[in-house]
Design a protein around this ligand. Structure first.
Ligand SMILES: [Cu+2]
Length: 404
């Protein structure tokens, strides 16, 4: 009866196992502190800031970047961002003159309240009871405390005394979740090859024939070959999404008979276009350089993650000028945040033979089928000595082929 695809509403934000206002980060007498932020949430995207301190971003998804200074940045699900702060750069005007000197600062993780499918200001989590410290209302603002001395005291200034960054007019909030204006630190080794192949992926959500909302790439939802039995091919070598039969096993069993066309030129394409079996299994030639244009027809922002590779982010609807501005020196990440009703363009080099998922990392959307698989270099996979692990051979009863 969930025809609109309503995602579960989180009941709390937790950082390092602690609820809001209970996580204390000690400075221990140092002035420069590195923070590694991993967004391990199922659904929520955050804006991160520390009151009165500039954030010097130095790493994005394991790619070192030239220090890039902001007052706050956004981090979508599965993205990683490292930054450092220098306590000597604290802007003392952040603390109002009428409060005692503060011995601590708030570290803020602010979820965007508009991304939830209900009005969270009045939403009560269904199974919560008034039993502290467990929250009943979902509060989109999480506060950790950066302790400037050994005491665990809360900041002396009110939480809403200033909007972070407003007292640092030189610094801007980073509103592009991909942070494309940060530059790769190892510029010399970051050589971006020209694209040899292309694929356009249009992202939508709509109810299927059973009135269950699914996520779609180019009007196909992942797993539909399993869900809809009538779609199942009788072909012996057809790739199946069936969970008991790993894609890697299927590739290694019949590397040259996957029943997927090689890339072909299509109308209006200037490069050969990747082909699929109709069930979101795409064949990728070994060493292909694939440009992917992600067109998001949904109004929500979606974080797409590719297994087995980092990709270059060329540009997005948040930063369309990046393609020209940073030509040949694009930033490498392994999660791209595709803006709501927007687009992103990425490029990957298929130098890692295997079966690699590409999917929205919002868990509910992954589960709803917003997933595809790149079957990259099947013959090279076997030629490079890939052996089917013994524990996967037990799956062979689920295929028509016996393992070699
Ligand atoms: Cu999503």
């Amino acid at each position: 009866n969930n025809t609109k695809g309503i995602e579960p509403i989180p009941d709390a934000i937790v950082v390092n196992g602690k609820f809001s206002r209970s996580l204390f980060v000690k400075t221990s007498g140092t002035t420069r502190i590195r923070f590694r932020i991993i967004n391990a949430a199922a659904f929520s995207m955050y804006t991160v800031s520390i009151d009165g301190l500039p954030l010097h971003i130095i790493e994005l998804d394991q790619t070192p970047v030239v220090p890039y200074t902001v007052s706050s940045f956004m981090i979508n699900v599965a993205q990683r961002v490292s930054f450092y702060v220098n306590l000597k750069e604290f802007n003392a005007t952040y603390v109002p003159p009428d409060v005692p000197p503060t011995k601590s600062l708030y570290i803020r993780f602010k979820a965007n309240p508009n991304m939830y499918p209900v009005d969270i200001s009045s939403y009560i989590v269904p199974y919560a009871t008034p039993h502290l410290p467990y929250p009943i209302f979902f509060n989109p603002l999480y506060l950790a405390i950066l302790s400037l001395n050994s005491s665990n005291s809360l900041p002396t200034y009110p939480v809403n005394s200033a909007i972070s960054g407003s007292s640092n007019p030189d610094l801007a909030d980073q509103l592009d979740a991909n942070i494309l204006d940060a530059r790769p630190f190892n510029q010399a080794s970051n050589i971006v090859p020209n694209a040899t192949h292309y694929i356009n992926l249009v992202i939508t959500f709509h109810p299927d024939s059973n009135n269950i909302t699914r996520g779609y790439f180019n009007n196909v939802t992942y797993g539909s070959d399993v869900i809809n039995v009538s779609n199942k091919s009788v072909s012996k070598h057809w790739i199946t999404s069936e969970k008991m039969t790993p894609l890697l096993y299927q590739m290694a069993t019949n590397p040259s008979a996957l029943s997927i066309l090689s890339p072909i030129m299509e109308n209006n394409s200037s490069l050969p276009v990747l082909q699929s079996d109709g069930n979101l299994h795409y064949l990728v030639p070994y060493q292909a350089v694939v440009d992917i244009l992600l067109e998001n027809k949904d109004k929500g922002e979606h974080p797409f993650h590719l297994h087995g590779h980092s990709f270059w982010i060329i540009s997005s609807s948040d930063n369309p000028q990046a393609e020209q501005l940073y030509s040949g020196a694009y930033i490498q990440r392994d999660v791209v945040s595709v803006p709501g009703s927007g687009w992103a363009k990425i490029r990957f080099l298929a130098n890692n033979p295997g079966a690699w998922l590409f999917h929205c990392h919002i868990e509910w959307h992954f589960d709803a089928g917003l997933t595809l698989a790149f079957l990259a270099g099947p013959n090279e996979l076997v030629a490079q000595g890939y052996k089917i692990p013994a524990q996967q051979k037990c799956f062979s009863n689920h295929t028509n082929d016996s393992p070699r």
